[in-house]
Design a protein around this ligand. Structure first.
Ligand SMILES: [Mn+2]
Length: 325
């Protein structure tokens, strides 16, 4: 670490102040305004006006923060202390208009862009999946078209619902149309469940997506899946978007459009760890709807998912700093 680099300020010391006391920032980390700048900014987008079935993901950002109180500073699976390697801070919430989806999309794009302009990578806590579009726009403005790894039960490449172009089932079709994705490296993981018709799949394939279904993960195993994804991504800048409904409802009941036959949280976390060498520029975890949750099952899974992603980004930031010294 170079001399002009201050030691990152880490989480509240849980041996002094119990985990269940005090306000819930992500992983009990400092707020962004307390540290000035962050290498990784954890930001909430409590917006769910784009959902097609159960509402409630607007409460997801804070539910994940609440469940993240139990995260500890050392991640043995990646042999790393993510909050010591880089400054990770909670940037609060982006206040998006719940009554005007176009304005909300513009607000998220602008606010995400401002955070990215500080040099931070984003770990966004949704919110419904609509927000992936403005987040990808902001990321692409900084990095150019990015590789996309999309964990979800659903394709989210549908065209419109009730005539609406911006919904939680359409962000990735819009993103392909806008040219903000690198169409040579697009993958869905965890796909399953009934579709409207076979055309959903042929349209999706035409856009450039490859699919690793939930059953593929079970049959082929997490290491082979991660290897294949890593090869497809290469050294491209990578955005990871995780709809918590990629998990089976047993592992994530608190979500808006659950589908039977999903991955376990163990499989999801292991696949992510297998991607630690990828150039992860930002990520989101979306669709946690705590009103349908029990015992924080879903928000705990989401908090651990965000923790693995944050660890990958922190390790890369620290490695980049060493390269420059
Ligand atoms: Mn989705």
């Amino acid at each position: 670490m170079s001399s002009d680099q201050q030691q990152p300020r880490g989480p509240v010391d849980s041996s002094r102040i119990p985990r269940f006391a005090g306000p819930a920032t992500f992983a009990r980390l400092p707020r962004l305004d307390e540290v000035g700048r962050a290498d990784v900014a954890v930001v909430g987008v409590p917006f769910d006006s784009g959902v097609s079935y159960r509402p409630g993901a607007r409460f997801g950002s804070n539910a994940v923060r609440e469940a993240s109180r139990l995260l500890r500073p050392y991640n043995p699976a990646q042999d790393a202390s993510p909050f010591a390697l880089a400054q990770v801070a909670d940037a609060g919430d982006i206040a998006a208009n719940p009554f005007d989806i176009h304005e909300a999309v513009e607000t998220v794009e602008r606010a995400a862009g401002e955070l990215l302009d500080t040099g931070a990578r984003l770990m966004t806590l949704g919110g419904d999946h609509t927000i992936a579009l403005p987040l990808l726009r902001a990321v692409a403005r900084r990095h150019g078209p990015v590789a996309l790894l999309h964990f979800d039960a659903h394709l989210d490449t549908w065209d419109t619902y009730f005539g609406a172009e911006y919904t939680h089932g359409t962000p990735f079709r819009r993103a392909v149309e806008e040219g903000i994705l690198d169409t040579s490296a697009l993958s869905h993981v965890g796909t399953r469940g009934p579709l409207y018709g076979k055309k959903d799949l042929t349209d999706d394939a035409k856009m450039g997506f490859g699919i690793v279904t939930s059953a593929d993960v079970m049959r082929r195993g997490v290491d082979e899946v991660a290897d294949q994804l890593r090869q497809r991504i290469g050294d491209r800048p990578l955005y990871v978007s995780i709809d918590i409904d990629c998990l089976d409802p047993a592992h994530a009941p608190g979500t808006g459009t659950p589908e039977a036959g999903g991955m376990t949280s163990r499989e999801l976390l292991e696949i992510l760890r297998g991607l630690a060498s990828c150039n992860l520029v930002s990520a989101d975890v979306v669709e946690v709807a705590p009103a349908y949750d029990h015992a924080e099952i879903t928000s705990v899974a989401a908090s651990h998912t965000a923790y693995e992603l944050t660890t990958i980004m922190s390790r890369q930031i620290a490695a980049g700093r060493e390269d420059r010294v």
